[in-house]
Design a binder for this molecule. Structure first.
Ligand code: UFG
Length: 325
């Protein structure tokens, strides 16, 4: 099967490319390398291009003739989306629109979309279900809501077109073989920052808020291992191929760890101590964000294998110590 991936040179996309490549899919990565790395693309062709460039997209579609599209490429830094909202609407909405126009033109029938728990904003009920109100609290989350809506409307108008939106919770970890992993020039994510502190690349780690209504006062997140997440994409694609209707699924383990628990796990796994400073809350952080994952477990028969914080941190630490790029 020919699968076209946007953002296949990025963190999650490159793990997807590797899994599909290992399983014999014919993959093509389309990535502008704004945050991705060409070394991360271990299978198939890499076309360095931008989703703004519809001419190039058409050219690639007409030669590769994809049967399915998996759309990872997006801007993902929440605080940056608050400072530069138009950049986020341009990249996440306009460029997704370009892609969907080309998808429609070429009659591609199956589409998997990287959505985010950010669509829920501050959910009233946790674990949060897919049916919870979509109430993002930042431009990043709004762009994902608009993309999901575009997909819903397109599928309603085009009976042959079907999609799955996967709403990612906190993705972490790296390829256990150490070939690929997360790379970020200015990391904002908790585990990566903690690893940088363990490595001595950050002077200290700050905890953003210790007065939340949680067991230890710090925020709680649902961390999901990157390979369990990309496996969900394979299942979602099969689900569509079997003739099921378009749908939306949470991707998380349904279990949360507090910021303090994560820091303790990082210290244990790395065997290194580092300074941790308790500071003020970061605006826009929901106290608890945990997935209700019953839908994906039941409908996609998703069987996550690595619901184990220390395992996830260990793979990320190995990558951080022995990065290839
Ligand atoms: N945190 C710290 N110190 C740090 C970094 C993070 O205390 O140095 C805390 C944050 O305040 C938050 C938790 O760790 O409470 C997790 O923060 P991350 O930045 O790692 O992840 P988020 O939960 O903010 O972000 C994730 C996804 C986003 C998505 C969002 C939805 O990465 O794409 O969930 O709320 F939009």
């Amino acid at each position: 099967m020919r699968v076209f991936l946007t953002g296949g040179a990025g963190y999650i996309g490159s793990h997807m490319v590797k899994m599909l490549g290992e399983r014999g899919y014919d993959v093509l990565t389309y990535d502008n390398l704004s945050s991705g790395h060409k070394e991360a693309v271990l299978y198939g062709e890499l076309v360095v291009g931008d989703l703004a460039d519809k001419g190039l997209l058409r050219k690639v579609f007409s030669s590769f003739r994809p049967e399915a599209v998996i759309h990872f490429a997006a801007s993902i830094v929440v605080p940056e989306s608050v400072e530069k909202p138009l950049l986020y609407y341009r990249n996440n909405v306009c460029n997704t629109l370009n892609l969907l126009e080309v998808v429609k033109e070429f009659g591609v029938r199956y589409f998997i979309f990287s959505s985010s728990a950010a669509v829920y904003g501050m959910p009233k009920e946790v674990p949060v279900k897919e049916t919870a109100p979509l109430a993002p609290i930042n431009p990043y989350g709004y762009t994902k809501v608009v993309d999901e809506k575009m997909l819903e409307d397109l599928a309603a108008a085009e009976p042959d077109f079907r999609y799955v939106c996967l709403r990612y919770f906190n993705v972490t970890g790296a390829d256990p073989e150490g070939k690929i992993g997360q790379v970020s020039k200015r990391p904002t994510h908790l585990i990566l920052r903690a690893l940088k502190a363990a490595k001595g690349e950050l002077e200290r780690l700050e905890i953003y808020g210790t007065d939340y209504p949680t067991k230890d006062g710090t925020c709680i997140r649902d961390f999901i291992y990157v390979n369990d997440l990309v496996e969900a994409h394979v299942l979602a694609l099969n689900y569509l191929l079997e003739g099921n209707k378009s749908d939306v699924f949470n991707c998380g383990y349904g279990q949360g760890y507090s910021v303090k628990e994560v820091i303790a796990a990082v210290k244990k796994v790395t065997g290194r101590d580092f300074e941790v400073r308790e500071t003020a809350r970061r605006p826009g952080d929901p106290p608890v964000l945990v997935a209700d994952n019953r839908k994906i477990l039941e409908r996609l028969n998703w069987q996550p294998k690595h619901n184990d914080l220390e395992f996830m941190v260990k793979t990320a630490w190995q990558w951080e110590l022995n990065r290839r790029f």
